[in-house]
Design a protein around this ligand. Structure first.
Ligand SMILES: O=C(CO)[C@@H](O)[C@H](O)COP(=O)(O)O
Length: 153
């Protein structure tokens, strides 16, 4: 998470990023301009929210004229890998999936073989996984297991 996402749009675009996700908490006053600039640089805009932020805070960014294309529900506090998945965040995922059937919904934090089932069945279709993949003896197997869960859900 950065507190000044606007400063990173230009360099990320120049470096060849295809997507740019910013935190709703850090862009309350300028998200419209931010989304516009991200799109102008040829990147796909996404918005992330911390565990303590209500899901309603991102609705205007998905409903607007110039909407974000992905919502990232943080399932740990942003900061570092290896934290415990917060199952109570699945309520946010379910609310989003019900309201936006074809939206990309990402989850990040504590995802792995033991938590992918609840995340996928709540409606998440993009999964960020750190320690469960990089700490596995067979990372490819963990990835295909998670992919299968999402596909089946
Ligand atoms: O950066 C963050 C949290 O700030 C996440 O992307 C985690 O790094 C994911 O790691 P695991 O929870 O999967 O280990």
């Amino acid at each position: 998470m950065v507190t000044n996402p606007m400063d990173y749009v230009e360099p990320f675009g120049k470096a060849g990023a295809s997507g740019f996700t910013f935190h709703v908490e850090a862009s309350k006053d300028n998200w419209q301009e931010l989304v516009q600039r991200i799109k102008l640089k040829g990147m796909r805009p996404g918005v992330a929210l911390k565990p303590g932020t209500p899901i309603e805070d991102v609705y205007p960014l998905v409903d607007g004229e110039n909407p974000v294309e992905m919502v990232l529900v943080m399932t740990v506090e942003p900061g570092f890998g290896g934290q415990k998945f917060m199952p109570e965040m699945m309520e946010k995922v379910r609310a989003l999936r019900e309201k936006y059937p074809s939206l990309d919904i990402e989850v990040d934090g504590g995802l792995g073989p033991s938590t992918i089932g609840v995340a996928a069945s709540a409606g998440a279709n993009c999964i960020v996984a750190g320690s469960s993949v990089f700490g596995a003896s067979e990372p490819a197997q963990v990835i295909s297991l998670m992919r299968k869960s999402v596909d089946e859900a």
